[in-house]
Design a protein around this ligand. Sequence first.
Ligand SMILES: [Zn+2]
Ligand SMILES: [Zn+2]
Length: 252
Amino acid sequence: MVKIYSERAANLISNAAQFFIEFLFPSACPLCGAAVSTNGELCADCWCEFNWIGAPRCEKCGYPFPANLDLGAHPLCPNCASGGCALDLIRSACTYDDASRGAVLPFKHAGRIKNAAFMARAMIWALRDTDISPDIVMPVPLAWRRLFHRGYNQATLLARPIAHAYGVPMDLSSLRRKYRPDMGHKSAAQRAENIHGVFSVVRPDKIRGRKILLVDDVMTTGATFAELRRVLTKAGASAVYGVTFCRVARAI
Ligand SMILES: [Zn+2]
Ligand SMILES: [Zn+2]
């Protein structure tokens, strides 16, 4: 009984604190500053700017097909149909374009970490109709040198609420990444070559037999995911999935 009362008291205090904070700092859209009902949410105008990926999309990699295409219940893109998918399953919330670039670049390079809330929520939404059940959620690691300069790994900020949504731990210690200069605008083959060998598993005991959900902000060619799958599978991972906020979707 005492526990129930103390929990109620704690709830009341936290609700009062929330009310006070919202009174002092009204919720604002993280992109344009317009008033919104929930902190961290986008306003309707900003929401409409994004190309959110819905059906029809590739069942395996989430590639968005044109809306008027009827490909049956289990559509696959040519890459996945020929066994070329980088992971066991990939989903992205939206396509990489002016709107998503406008959210991701400041989030990644200019400390706009408040964008993480709506981005992670959209990523959780993108995974809603999959039946994956990851054991751990793992942000794609940054090299120490990059982490030191940036001060944070943007993928970790996205991975935390996703791990929470699945009720599983976030793993930040099992993988290391070596520093390599930026890939810039390179071809798929050059990106794959540049990423080869940068990741190493330092805690194989935490990887063996696990189903892992990788989290990143952008998927460009899938080279990073493919290399991570190679390294994690070698360490005994039983499945490797991926989710990103946006993805480059070239015409196929
Ligand atoms: Zn807005
Ligand atoms: Zn596909």
